[in-house]
Ligand binder design. Structure first.
Ligand code: NAP
Ligand code: FE
Length: 367
């Protein structure tokens, strides 16, 4: 048995918001815009959304205080604003952090619940409808049922999972991504890559999800090498990266992620390593771990990326990530214990023990 589900209307292309304002009135009568502090103002996305709403006489209120890896307190503040202002739909603009904060704000605007209830996805009222405008090319959050929040209680990430937070509409205009600095472009591309690779190597992979994951890898394989320098990242490349990220999102919406993401959360929480970079740093050794039992699948990943082996992948990623952060043996055992409790561990093609996770971290950082 296999299912495939994506309820999001995906609209791709330059000026796609401006040219599709007719879609907004069906979403509600007042919008809450959720975004980060700066970039949406600089890259034109916030302006385009506001203009589209004005054109349709829809008032809006803005919450522009989302930082990277937000905790639920940020989503709570946004939800409070939605309630005060009687907003009846939410538009997230930005990278994965604002998009995820928008999704959680949509849940909390209609449900007065604590974090524990939130993370057990036990909410009685339907969330407000969500629209997503990604401005990074990495998370694929514009098409997923996931919203990742930093959770101090477990010193990691927790996620809300609900089909009701899958955006109704995703507007993908690569023009907004042209302002991405090279390090953010690299990190977010590595996140997209890890989604495609982990989805393909998930126990839950289906023919459809695999087909999509491989297409994402093809696009990334062509364009990742350009990111060594960054000079060739023209609009066409930006479009390819954004669509690769979208495809990665569609793939993980079917399968979820695996131990690679689970290991990455601690690197982000304790070492402040960006999410995509964390996954990138560990990817070679994750593939090495799966190789003996799943050689054919791992080799398909590498060949689809245009590489001959794991050593080539490591060399490429090393060029992209530069100097690695230092982590100690003590940190390795603490991070492995936390990773073992993550919800995505069981979907790994080969179930890892804590010792396996320690070994992957050790190889990635200490050798
Ligand atoms: P991000 O944390 O959203 O943004 C990183 C930085 O990029 C911010 O400083 C942001 O600035 C800046 N930025 C965003 N767009 C820009 C643009 N067009 N030009 C210049 N700068 C720009 O990074 P992200 O990697 O996209 O998202 C990471 C989050 O997504 C993590 O919390 C991760 O766990 C989550 N995630 C979610 C899913 C999912 O399915 N829901 C999947 C994977 C990861 P401003 O703050 O000024 O905007
Ligand atoms: Fe991710």
């Amino acid at each position: 048995m296999a299912t495939f589900y994506i309820p999001t209307r995906i609209i791709i292309g330059k000026n796609c918001i401006r040219e599709n304002t007719f879609l907004f009135p069906a979403l509600g009568t007042k919008a809450l815009i959720v975004t980060g502090k700066r970039s949406a103002k600089a890259n034109g996305s916030e302006h385009d959304v506001r203009r589209a709403l004005q054109e349709r006489s829809i008032p809006s209120v803005i919450f522009d205080d989302v930082e990277s890896n937000p905790p639920t307190t940020v989503a709570r503040a946004a939800a409070e604003l939605a309630r005060e202002e009687k907003a009846d739909f939410v538009i997230g603009i930005g990278g994965g952090s604002p998009l995820d904060a928008a999704k959680v704000a949509a849940v909390l605007a209609t449900n007065r619940i604590g974090d524990e209830t939130l993370f057990s996805n036990d909410f009685a009222q339907k969330p407000l409808p969500v629209v997503a405008v990604p401005t990074t090319a990495g998370t694929g959050s514009e098409v997923t049922q996931y919203a990742m929040m930093t959770n101090d209680r477990i010193q990691s990430k927790s996620f809300v999972i609900s089909d009701d937070i899958m955006p109704r509409i995703a507007f993908l205009d690569a023009a907004y991504t042209e302002s991405l600095p090279l390090p953010v472009t690299r990190n977010t591309a590595l996140d997209a890559l890890s989604h495609a690779v982990e989805s393909y190597l998930s126990k839950r992979a289906t023919e459809m999800s695999s087909f999509i994951a491989l297409e994402s890898m093809k696009r990334l394989g062509r364009h990742l090498p350009m990111m060594r320098h960054g000079a060739d990242l023209d609009f066409n490349v930006r479009e390819q990266l954004l669509s690769a990220s979208l495809l990665g999102g569609i793939a993980i919406a079917q399968t979820g992620t695996t131990v690679l993401h689970a290991m990455g959360y601690s690197l982000t929480y304790f070492k402040r390593i960006e999410h995509g970079r964390a996954n990138g740093l560990l990817m070679g050794d994750y593939l090495q771990y799966l190789l003996p039992e799943h050689q054919e699948k791992v080799m398909t990943v590498l060949r689809t990326l245009g590489l001959n082996g794991i050593a080539d992948l490591k060399a490429l990623i090393d060029d992209l990530v530069g100097d690695k952060e230092m982590i100690s043996e003590q940190e390795i055992s603490a991070f492995s214990a936390i990773a073992m409790r993550a919800r995505n561990i069981p979907f790994t093609l080969k179930s890892p023990s804590q010792a396996d996770i320690e070994e992957m971290l050790r190889r990635s950082f200490l050798s």
